[in-house]
Design a protein around this ligand. Structure first.
Ligand code: DON
Length: 334
C-alpha cells in the first residue's frame, strides 16, 4: 500500500543506491586530490573577519543516509555557515508553519540577481522571490515561531543543531564583524517591512539572521545536515526526525532552483543536484535518498561560490552516479 502525501495522493519516491562503501572512500579521496591544486578564486572580505580565512584549507565529506561517512582533508575545520543556513531555516519554517504560508510570503522563483540585491525586491513589488536570497531568507527567519526574537533564535539554533546532530555554537567574532557591517541587510529588512512582508521588528529579525549565518560548522557537519534532507528529515547519525519528508522534498526543489544564486542554472546543468553555497567557502549538495556532500574551501568565484568545492562536487556527482538527470541507454528494450 502506497503512503499518501498531505493532499491524499499516493506517492512513491525515486530510488537508487550509492556505490559500495570502499568505492565511495576512493572517489572522495580522488575528488580531494584533484581539486586541491586548484588555486583560482578570492577569499570573501566584505565581512572583515572572513578575510582571515586560510585559502589553503580544504575539506570534503560524504555522508550516506545509512550513517556512513567518508572524509578527506580538513573536513573537521570549523567555519561560519553563512548562506547555507538559509536552506535549513527554510525547512524549519516550512515544518513549523507549512510550505503554503512560506510560499505565499517568500516565493520560490529565481531572481537572476546577486544574493543581496535590493533591486530584485523593487523589481518584484516588494516580493522577496525565494528563501535563498537575503530578502527571502530574512522573511523566512521571521516565520520561525517565537514570541520574541530570542525565542526565534532558540528555535533556529535548536533546529540547525538537530540537522547537524550536535549542538552548534556561534562564532562571536564573525557575528560581531557582520553585525557591524550589515547595513545593507538592515535596509533589506526595512524595505520588506515597508512592503508589508515582515510583521516583526526588522532589525531584530536581521540580527537573528546574522546569528544563524555565524554558526560554526565543518564540511563533515554540512554532509550530515544535507544527508538529513536526503533521508526524509531523519538525521542519519542521531536518528532524530528533524523535519518531515515533505518539507525535505520542498526544500530540495527550492535549492535546485536557487541554491547557487544567479549560477543556479549552470550548477544544475553541471552537477545535477540541489545545493547551497555560502561566502565563507562551504557548499552542501544533496542526493535525495542517497546522501550528501559537504565541502569547505574559502576561495570563491565571482558569484561567491567556492571554486574547489564546485570542482570536488562535480567530480563526486559523476563518479558516485548522483546526477538526478542522468540515465543510461540500457533500458528494458536493450
Ligand atoms: O547576508 C550576508 O551577507 C551573509 N551573512 C551571508 C552571505 C552568503 O553566504 C552569500 N552566499 N553565497
Amino acid at each position: 500500500m502506497l503512503e499518501t502525501d498531505t493532499e491524499g495522493v499516493p506517492q512513491r519516491v525515486a530510488t537508487g543506491r550509492m556505490p559500495a562503501w570502499d568505492e565511495v572512500e576512493e572517489w572522495v579521496a580522488l575528488a580531494y586530490e584533484r581539486a586541491r591544486p586548484v588555486a583560482a578564486g578570492t577569499v570573501a572580505d566584505y565581512i572583515p573577519v572572513l578575510a582571515e580565512a586560510d585559502p589553503e584549507s580544504f575539506g570534503v565529506c560524504v555522508a550516506e543516509v545509512d550513517g556512513s561517512l567518508h572524509s578527506a582533508g580538513d573536513a573537521q575545520v570549523l567555519f561560519s555557515i553563512q548562506s547555507i543556513s538559509k536552506a535549513f531555516v527554510y525547512a524549519l519554517a516550512c515544518d513549523a508553519v507549512g510550505h503554503e504560508r512560506v510560499g505565499d510570503i517568500v516565493g520560490v522563483n529565481n531572481t537572476g540577481l546577486p544574493f543581496n540585491s535590493v533591486i530584485a525586491i523593487e523589481l518584484n513589488a516588494g516580493h522577496p522571490m525565494n528563501p535563498m536570497v537575503n530578502a527571502g531568507a530574512i522573511a523566512t527567519t521571521a516565520l520561525v515561531p517565537g514570541d520574541t526574537a530570542e525565542d526565534t533564535w532558540s528555535a533556529v539554533l535548536a533546529g540547525l543543531s538537530g540537522f547537524a546532530g550536535r549542538p552548534l555554537e556561534l562564532d562571536e567574532r564573525v557575528y560581531a564583524s557582520e553585525a557591524a557591517t550589515n547595513q545593507r541587510n538592515q535596509a533589506i529588512g526595512r524595505l520588506l517591512q515597508s512592503y508589508g512582508r515582515l510583521d516583526r521588528d526588522p532589525l531584530e529579525i536581521v540580527d537573528v539572521y546574522t546569528r544563524q549565518c555565524s554558526l560554526l560548522v565543518s564540511a563533515h557537519d554540512l554532509a550530515v545536515m544535507g544527508a538529513t534532507l536526503a533521508d526524509g528529515g531523519v538525521n542519519p547519525i542521531t536518528g532524530q526526525q528533524v523535519v518531515s519528508a515533505d518539507v525535505c522534498r520542498d526544500t530540495l526543489a527550492v535549492l535546485a532552483a536557487n541554491g547557487l544564486y544567479e549560477r543556479s542554472g549552470e550548477w544544475l546543468f553541471e552537477i545535477g543536484l540541489p545545493g547551497k553555497s555560502g561566502v565563507s567557502g562551504g557548499i552542501v549538495t544533496v542526493a535525495p535518498g542517497k546522501g550528501a556532500i559537504g565541502t569547505f574551501s574559502p576561495p570563491l568565484d565571482s558569484a561567491g561560490n567556492s571554486v574547489r568545492g564546485q570542482r570536488a562536487t562535480a567530480y563526486l556527482s559523476r563518479t558516485l552516479g548522483l546526477n538526478i538527470f542522468a540515465s543510461d541507454d540500457r533500458g528494458s528494450n536493450a
